[in-house]
Ligand binder design. Structure first.
Ligand code: NI
Length: 268
């Protein structure tokens, strides 16, 4: 039986906040102000192998009424991405899925990615719970560090597996905050650490999308034989502006801003 789209997001949210309690704290701080939090988008990360490629990860959303709307190319980070929107319910979050272009990395990184791929069957990837199954493969801390030396994204994905990398609050749906600056100042006063790469706010009103995010809080990660503290997930905030041609809020993503948002899981 197909899981309903709402219970899928609930499973993703529960998994995400268990690892990343700061998102739950911020969510509760917003609710305490009387806000009803609506998600602009969630983001998932994967590798571009035949089994784990983004189009397979997207399939559960396609089955639930989502459609692929745009494709993105992150040349510097060596990633491809797509975003999906629900065809009928515009209050459902958009889904942003990126994949590592494995072939552009060293033989060693390629080998480590293929070792992960070999430990997962195609049937598992296509099963309902796969996108919130976390890490189901073996990984040593040494291999994590090897991946980290070439790609922070590859290391994060290998360590955390399948889960929401971040949820994103839609500022447009809030009633007590009108600008990202107000959210950023509110969070800084509460002691949260924000991503400053490229400035606190990524994007401009002229690009129809402004974004900011927390830095991923460190979490205890169990590797084979050892446990280490590494950056987990982050929480993002987005303000969208209407496009003059349609009068509707812009729904896409800005590659140069997303490039900086990716750095919210950096180790330093
Ligand atoms: Ni995002």
């Amino acid at each position: 039986m197909t899981e309903s789209v709402n219970s899928l997001f609930e499973s993703l949210w529960n998994q995400y906040t268990t690892l990343n309690p700061q998102a739950k704290s911020i969510h509760e701080l917003f609710e305490a102000r009387g806000e009803k939090v609506i998600n602009d988008h969630i983001a998932l990360r994967t590798f571009n192998t035949k089994k784990l490629g983004l189009i397979n990860i997207a399939s559960i959303f396609l089955d639930l009424g989502y459609e692929v709307k745009s494709e993105y190319d992150f040349r510097l980070k060596k990633l491809n991405a797509i975003h999906l929107e629900h065809s009928e319910d515009f209050n459902l979050p958009k889904v942003f899925i990126s994949e590592l272009r494995t072939e552009l990395f060293s033989k060693e990184v390629q080998r480590l990615v293929y070792e992960i791929d070999e430990q997962i069957s195609f049937g598992e990837v296509m099963s309902e719970g796969f996108i919130y199954s976390g890490r189901t493969w073996d990984l040593t801390f040494e291999n994590y560090i090897q991946l980290l030396q070439e790609s922070e994204y590859a290391a994060w994905t290998a360590a955390f597996g399948y889960r929401a990398n971040h949820f994103t609050v839609s500022l447009n749906h809030l009633t007590t905050f009108f600008e990202l600056d107000e959210i950023n100042n509110f969070l800084l006063e509460k002691g949260f650490i924000l991503n400053e790469s490229g400035g606190l706010i990524k994007g401009k009103p002229e690009q129809f999308l402004e974004q900011s995010s927390t830095m991923a809080a460190p979490v205890n990660m169990e590797f084979d034989h050892s446990t280490h503290v590494i950056p987990g997930c982050f929480y993002e905030f987005a303000k969208r502006y209407p496009r003059p041609d349609t009068g509707r809020l812009y729904q896409g993503f800005i590659a140069s801003s997303a490039d900086k948002i990716f750095e919210s899981t950096n180790t330093n």
